[in-house]
Design a binder for this molecule. Structure first.
Ligand SMILES: [Zn+2]
Length: 81
């Protein structure tokens, strides 16, 4: 698993999510961050809630609160248009 997140990366991501979760002026993002922290506690962080695939570490680093892999996100974006 050479492309998975390292422990220091995970710690940084968790700190970022905790800061995001506390940011109540951005309610949706705060809720997403809270849900992501919950998944982290359950050992499900980094797995797409839609299809169960692993979310790429690069995507998690850029957008750690996302519950979706890039494919499911693309589908969802199409639906939202
Ligand atoms: Zn997916």
């Amino acid at each position: 698993m050479s492309d998975s997140l390292s422990a220091p990366q995970l710690l940084r991501i968790r700190a970022k999510l905790e800061a995001m979760a506390a940011e109540t002026s951005q309610l949706v993002r705060s809720q997403e961050a809270t849900a992501a922290l919950e998944r982290m506690r359950n050992g499900e962080f980094g797995v797409c809630v839609e299809c169960g695939d692993e979310i790429s570490p690069a995507r998690l680093a850029a957008k750690p609160e996302t519950p979706l892999c890039i494919d499911c996100q693309a589908l969802k974006d199409e639906e939202d248009v």
